[in-house]
Write a protein that binds this ligand. Structure first.
Ligand SMILES: *[C@@H]1O[C@H](CO)[C@@H](O)[C@H](O)[C@H]1NC(C)=O
Ligand SMILES: *[C@@H]1O[C@H](CO)[C@@H](O)[C@H](O)[C@H]1NC(C)=O
Ligand SMILES: *[C@@H]1O[C@H](CO)[C@@H](O)[C@H](O)[C@H]1NC(C)=O
Length: 389
């Protein structure tokens, strides 16, 4: 079916990946008070830059984080010694209150709705201050590196103020991508964990949408509607389609388990449980194929009922889980719309084929009845040959 090539094409494009190249615009930055930093890096999101000098003798860094700030907003930069995202981040928030004075708060974040106030971090902060100029905020700080590590995860963020204190940042777009590791010795922010993680999430989404969400329904459509036109070719096409769907689907399922095991703190219970149920049901279908009774066996009737109900159940659960996945991944409206169009098209094709099949089956019955009365000397077989055309 032509429709199955579109997602495969998308899959290829996505897996080919993209590698954004960034001009090192941080090199031209200057700082007040004769501050100078030996390293800098332009971060991928939110227009942010980080400058630092690492002192191996006392395992400290002097750091300057610079990012645009909205007129009634805040910016924050954090190291996360225990994870890669927001939970566990040891953050420095900077914002300017009603006057021009800049406040810098040190906040250890332990929930998705943190209470931002100045406190202690899990490592020592020797000094911190902020400077606002022309809509650009700079946070200056001197920190003891957590566990003296020189590769750490950093998180940076920006959001609005509410009643003079930082309120929740946007949870879409660049605001959920702004984290990654930073190597303080080499100066690189390569091996950006959030970026590769985002890519793996997309791979997970595409593999599962293609297999469970598209190939499986296509295979079911083949089984139900090609029987009339192409017997026994439908059977081999159905098996080939569902087997490839199963193989790609299990790969996608595995990436999901891996992503789940890595995200400490958040579990999408519904999505996870449906995913596990889907894997079990689909595996059952594969094994049931081996136990399929012969056509004239009296148990074949019950096997068919079982096979159809589990099969339809898998398709319904798959589509539900793909939409749950869209809500988690938030991949941009285009992907969701594309999937809705594909699944609606498949539904439309199924509906048309259902009608056509009924017409053919009824006509055939009619003809077979006629041939039964021996009008033209047709036997049932010839009638069937005719109705193929
Ligand atoms: C970290 O480095 C400092 C200075 O080099 C040293 O005194 C301290 O023992 C180190 N701590 C750890 C946990 O390695
Ligand atoms: C750490 O050592 C450097 C020199 O290597 C020094 O300039 C800096 O002030 C020291 N930082 C702290 C917090 O002691
Ligand atoms: C921060 O740490 C200092 C000394 O380690 C302590 O005196 C102070 O009470 C702590 N502040 C908070 C808010 O926990």
């Amino acid at each position: 079916m032509a429709t199955s090539f579109i997602p495969l094409l998308l899959l290829t494009l996505l897996l080919a990946g993209f590698s954004p190249s960034l001009a090192q615009t941080c090199l031209s930055d200057t700082f007040s008070g004769n501050r100078f930093y030996s390293n800098c890096n332009t971060l991928l999101y939110l227009g942010a830059k980080v400058h630092w000098t690492y002192h191996p003798s006392n395992a400290t860094i002097d750091v300057a984080y610079r990012a645009p700030i909205s007129s009634n907003g805040w910016v924050a930069w954090a190291l996360n010694p225990t994870g890669s995202g927001m939970i566990g981040a040891q953050a420095l928030f900077a914002f300017s209150g009603s006057g021009s004075a800049v406040s810098v708060y040190a906040t250890a974040i332990s929930s998705y709705t943190p209470d931002v106030k100045d406190g202690n971090l899990s490592f020592k902060v020797y000094s911190k201050s902020g400077e606002l100029s022309n809509g650009v905020m700079t946070i200056f700080a001197t920190l003891a590196l957590p566990q003296n590590r020189t590769t750490v995860n950093q998180v940076w963020q920006a959001g609005p103020l509410s009643n003079g204190v930082p309120a929740q940042h946007s949870t879409t777009g660049d605001n959920i991508k702004s984290s990654g590791s930073i190597d303080l010795l080499s100066g690189s922010v390569s091996g950006d964990t959030s970026n590769s993680r985002q890519r793996r999430k997309n791979t997970h989404g595409v593999l599962n949408a293609v297999s469970w969400g598209i190939l499986m329904p296509v295979g079911a459509i083949m089984a139900r509607y090609m029987k009339v036109f192409a017997d026994p070719a439908w059977f081999y096409l159905h098996v080939a389609c569902q087997l490839s769907a199963y193989i790609i689907g299990v790969a996608g399922w595995g990436t999901g388990l891996k992503l789940g095991s890595e995200s400490s703190g958040i579990t999408y219970h519904g999505h996870r449980n449906i995913g596990i149920a889907l894997f079990c049901l689909a595996t059952l279908q594969i094994f049931a194929l081996l136990l399929r009774p012969k056509k004239d066996n009296k148990y074949r009737f019950y096997w068919n009922i079982y096979h159809h109900s589990v099969g339809y159940c898998v398709i319904v659960l798959s589509v539900i889980n793909i939409f749950k996945g869209f809500d988690i991944l938030i991949p941009g409206d285009g992907w969701k719309t594309a999937y809705i169009i594909i699944i609606a098209t498949l539904g439309g094709i199924a509906l048309i084929l259902e009608v056509v099949t009924w017409i053919i089956v009824l006509k055939r019955k009619d003809r077979e009845e006629k041939s039964h009365h021996g009008t033209n000397g047709f036997n049932g077989y010839e009638a069937r040959q005719q109705s193929r055309v």
